[in-house]
Design a protein around this ligand. Structure first.
Ligand code: FES
Length: 110
């Protein structure tokens, strides 16, 4: 299997079911960008370095995800709109374990 399905609710509340490749070393932020589910310049600002939180999303499904790194923890501690289920999309690598994942993009930081 090389594609998984991910359900992404954009910032307008519209949900999209997209195919994400597991063999292209992508992360969730890059998937959102590749489907243009958030306007250019509002997501992935730091390029996936866990330094901007523009890729924050809420995990809605019951998936077992890899632990947050210290960098991700630190960024989420400073970000706005953080909830218990917040993660940085750029820190979530697309693997088969994420098949069926459901996420919602966090609001854009002002
Ligand atoms: S893209 Fe900047 S923290 Fe994820």
């Amino acid at each position: 299997m090389s594609d998984i399905k991910i359900k992404i609710t954009d910032r307008e509340g519209v949900s999209h079911e997209v195919d994400a490749p597991t063999d292209m070393n992508m992360n969730l932020m890059e998937v959102v960008r590749s489907y243009e589910l958030a306007p250019e310049g509002t997501i992935g600002i730091c390029g996936g370095m866990a330094m901007c939180a523009s890729c924050q999303c809420y995990i809605l499904s019951d998936h077992q995800l890899p632990e947050k790194s210290d960098d991700e923890e630190a960024m989420l501690a400073e970000a706005f709109f953080v909830k218990d289920n917040s993660r940085l999309g750029c820190q979530l690598h697309i693997t088969e374990d994420l098949d069926g994942l459901e996420v919602e993009l966090a609001p854009e930081e002002a």
